[in-house]
Write a protein that binds this ligand. Structure first.
Ligand SMILES: [Zn+2]
Length: 163
């Protein structure tokens, strides 16, 4: 394992920067959601300070993963490109208070452990970047049993066709 574990508060205080690549196959919780464990994700982490004074992290992810389309059940590539802002809190109580104070759904407040495994953050971010219901924008022609019974179509329309 080459997992990096660091003190995130210090990382932010010193406005440090770290980046690297992680093989998708290293991220077990992520691969459980994917069609395969191929590819890798490029990540970068920038420490800093939020305007409210809290420590903040900017986490960026880029790469490609393979998902199973829920409509035609074949694998398809998804380009991952996400950037998110994490604000740090020392305790759960402080996290709740910070969340209320920031009042911004785009910011995640986290309570890092004293020596935080960065790959856990990267994996959490990757999981959030996955669509809830993975699908091709348009399924490849003839690929699928599922395309005939697209759920978007009303049952009445289907009945009409049967007549
Ligand atoms: Zn599909």
């Amino acid at each position: 394992m080459t997992a990096k574990a660091i003190d995130l508060f210090e990382f932010c205080r010193n406005k440090q920067h770290l980046s690297g690549d992680v093989p998708v196959s290293d991220l077990a919780r992520l691969t459980a959601e994917l069609a395969d464990n191929k590819g890798e994700l490029a990540w970068s982490l920038q420490g800093g300070q939020h305007e409210t004074g809290s420590a903040q992290l900017t986490l960026q992810l880029e790469g490609e993963v393979h998902l199973i389309c829920q409509r035609c059940l074949t694998a398809y590539p998804l380009a991952v490109a996400s950037k998110s802002l994490l604000v740090l809190a020392k305790t759960e109580a402080e996290a709740d208070e910070t969340e209320a104070r920031l009042d911004d759904d785009s910011i995640d407040v986290i309570v890092p452990s004293g020596s935080q495994d960065l790959m856990v953050l990267v994996e959490d971010e990757a999981l959030l970047a996955l669509p809830l219901s993975p699908r091709h924008e348009s399924c490849p022609a003839g690929a699928a049993p599922g395309t005939v019974n697209d759920k978007a179509e009303s049952p009445f329309a289907v009945l009409k066709k049967l007549k």
